[in-house]
Write a protein that binds this ligand. Structure first.
Ligand code: 5GP
Ligand code: MG
Length: 175
């Protein structure tokens, strides 16, 4: 079994889109907004986006959360597990949730519900990639980097069995 990775979105395209996203998002972030990054997949996206947001002179706080769905195949089971909850109090604060890929919608729908449960005010969501054709739970992100077809992608933080996260571009994984 050989694995090949076909480039889908280049470093330069990602870079340009991240700059544009920061410009779109910045005016919506009230002082004290907690930016919650979903680990591990969104870590590179978040680090690039946050450094762009820094150019907009905001007062934001960073936190992280790790969720996983029960079962470990490429299909989401719809049942989510909190592996690590965020540490900051989000009660009465705005939250910006960052994730790598919006696929079935189960993860972000759960994360939004969880933030609401913790008492967050306005909750905004931003994903690097959206695969609308795969939705199981109706969900629309407020900000989307790229809309892509139903392909399994890796790189720029996203993995295949923990490999390829370090790639600076997004590639389509072929077996
Ligand atoms: P959802 O709950 O929306 O189905 O799940 C989204 C999560 O599934 C993403 O955060 C990501 O971890 C994983 N995922 C969905 N599609 C892909 C993909 O094409 N490649 C990789 N590496 N992970 C994916
Ligand atoms: Mg993920």
């Amino acid at each position: 079994m050989t694995i090949s990775i076909e480039p889908l979105i280049s470093e330069a395209e990602i870079r340009a889109r991240v700059v544009a996203l920061a410009t779109e998002i910045a005016p919506r972030l009230q002082p004290g907004t907690v930016v919650v990054t979903l680990l591990k997949g969104a870590f590179i996206f978040a680090s690039d986006l946050l450094r762009e947001l820094a150019r907009h002179d905001l007062d934001i706080h960073l936190d992280f959360m790790a969720l996983s769905s029960y079962g470990n195949d490429t299909r989401s089971s719809g049942r989510l597990l909190i592996n690590m909850d965020c540490q900051k109090l989000v009660e009465n604060r705005d939250v910006l949730l960052l994730d790598d890929i919006l696929d079935s919608g189960n993860t972000l729908a759960f994360a939004v519900e969880h933030m609401r449960f913790k008492g967050a005010e306005q909750i905004l969501t931003c994903v690097l990639l959206d695969k609308p054709s795969r939705r199981q739970t109706p969900f629309q992100a407020d900000y989307v980097g790229f809309t892509i077809p139903d392909l399994f992608v890796v790189g720029y933080g996203t993995d295949y069995a923990e490999r390829f996260r370090e790639l600076p571009f997004i590639g389509h994984l072929k077996e």
